[in-house]
Structure formats: structure tokens, C-alpha cells
Design a protein around this ligand. Structure first.
Ligand code: SIN
Ligand code: MN
Length: 265
């Protein structure tokens, strides 16, 4: 899938692009049906909420689950990322964020590049997220909040928050957020399963807790330019990958042709 010049310009201005129907119901059903089995596993890649025995994030599922490996190589994600980053890409991080009904905790205001630079020594903000909704995202179940255009301010000073949630994050203080919101406002893309959000690694974002009875699973593929590989290996490999091999796209029907339990080809 190729982005138009107008879409590339919009990404540059706002820092994100929203696609209400990037994947079909059949494709999303393939992915969604894998999630309970993944969340049930006791493995280091499953980071649980501090409030309950529910999964906050599964890291690196594309390395141990064939359906998610296919998603990570999907041309509707890989080709736009190559266009926006101006090179081949590799996968820096891969997350299935559970945001479970009732237990899904806050993601504080942050920039992803803040963490990627501070922890992983990623040289430049030449990386982005490709987010795919596996559930309907509404105003109730902890949707993402973005400050449009905030990626243009570059990297903003952040503090390392080790206590608010079960997962350490470099977060931005309230006074700075208030100033940015006065300039750019807040938007919250909502949509059906199969919607997708591509966003710049420097856009300021977060999400409130999910106190609704509705699940909110979103998959995030963090794509980095192969010319921008990380230089510090402080975090585990399954959080910040060291495989800088360029991602090669699979066929457009790669999710539709997946059969449960099928091994990698
Ligand atoms: C993130 O910012 O990395 C995750 C936010 C969310 O899933 O709500
Ligand atoms: Mn983030």
C-alpha cells in the first residue's frame, strides 16, 4: 500500500495518520483469536498490570507467534513506513497492549523516542509506530490521546517514572503538557477493529485507564529505519530488538491465508 503525497504531508504536519478500515474483519479475527492463548502464557514477554493478573503488554509476539509475524511483515504497514522513514525498516519493538476491561492502567504522557533515545541510544527520531486496533476503541475503553503537531518540537525533557504503573516510562511533566495542549489541543482517534494509526515517534501521547467492561487490545509495531539502528543494549532483546535485518513484505493476503497453529514458512 502506497501513501499519497497528501497523506505524507499530513503526517509531517500532524504527526499521525488514521485509517478507519485498514484490515478486514476476517484479518482481525485471525489475530484476535491468538491473543487469549498468548496472554495466558507465563513468559517474560508478558508484562502484567500492577493492579491485577492481567497482561498490560506482550512484547515480541512476532518472534513466537506466526499470525503476528505475518502482521509485522504486512505490506499495508511495511510499505507506508518505508515511505515515511525514507528507507527499509526493521522492527525495534512489537507490543500487544491489553488495556484490559476494568484493569487496564494509564499510559502517562510521553514521546516514544524519549525512551528509545534515553534507554536504547537510538541516534535520530527516524522511527514510528504502526498501531492496529483489534477491538473497537471508544471514548470509554482508554483510547489513545495525541497532541497534534507536538512531534515538531523535537525531543522534550522527560523524567523516568518507575512507580506509576508496572512498566517504566520516560514521562513529560504537567506544565509542559498544558503548554503543548494550548498550542495543539488533544485528539483521540476512535474506531472499529481493523482501524490503524501510524504515528511519529516524537508525537506526545498517552491514554487513560480502562474502567469500562470493554477490552481494548491494540498492537503496536515500532518501525525504525535500518540506517538508525540502536547503539545501546541495556534493555532485554525482547523489548528493544537487535535484529536489524530489513523487513521484507509478505503478500497482501498473508493474514487471510493463515491457518491456526500453522508454523512459519
Ligand atoms: C504506548 O504509548 O506505547 C501505549 C499506549 C496505549 O496502548 O494506550
Ligand atoms: Mn507510546
Amino acid at each position: 500500500m502506497k501513501l499519497s503525497p497528501a497523506q505524507i504531508q499530513e503526517f509531517g504536519e500532524k504527526g499521525y495518520l488514521f485509517f478507519p478500515e485498514l484490515f478486514s474483519a476476517v484479518e482481525i479475527a485471525v489475530l484476535k483469536s491468538e491473543v487469549p492463548g498468548i496472554f495466558a502464557q507465563r513468559r517474560q514477554e508478558n508484562v502484567r498490570e500492577k493492579t491485577g493478573d492481567v497482561v498490560r503488554t506482550t512484547f515480541a509476539a512476532h518472534t513466537f507467534n506466526e499470525a503476528f509475524r505475518r502482521l509485522a511483515h504486512h505490506p499495508r504497514l511495511v510499505e507506508p513506513a518505508e515511505q515515511l522513514l525514507g528507507s527499509k525498516i526493521y522492527i525495534h519493538q512489537f507490543k500487544i497492549n491489553g488495556k484490559a476491561a476494568f484493569d487496564g492502567d494509564v499510559w502517562q504522557w510521553h514521546q516514544d523516542y524519549g525512551t528509545w533515545q534515553a534507554d536504547d541510544d537510538m541516534p535520530n527520531p527516524r522511527a514510528m509506530n504502526l498501531a492496529v486496533f483489534l477491538d473497537e476503541v471508544t471514548e470509554f475503553n482508554g483510547p489513545l490521546w495525541f497532541i497534534p503537531g507536538s512531534h515538531r518540537d523535537g525531543r522534550i525533557e522527560a523524567g523516568h517514572d518507575l512507580t506509576t504503573t508496572s512498566y517504566p516510562l520516560w514521562t513529560i511533566d504537567n506544565a509542559t503538557i498544558a503548554k503543548l495542549v494550548r498550542q495543539g489541543g488533544i485528539i483521540s482517534p476512535k474506531g472499529k477493529p481493523g482501524a490503524a494509526l501510524f504515528f511519529h515517534c516524537n508525537i506526545v501521547h498517552g491514554s487513560p485507564p480502562n474502567m469500562s467492561p470493554y477490552e481494548r487490545v491494540i498492537v503496536y509495531i515500532s518501525a525504525n529505519s535500518v540506517e538508525n539502528a540502536i547503539r545501546r543494549y541495556k534493555r532485554p532483546e525482547w523489548i528493544a530488538h537487535r535484529d536489524f535485518t530489513p523487513v521484507m513484505s509478505l503478500d497482501d493476503d498473508c493474514l487471510k491465508t493463515y491457518r491456526r497453529g500453522q508454523a512459519a514458512e
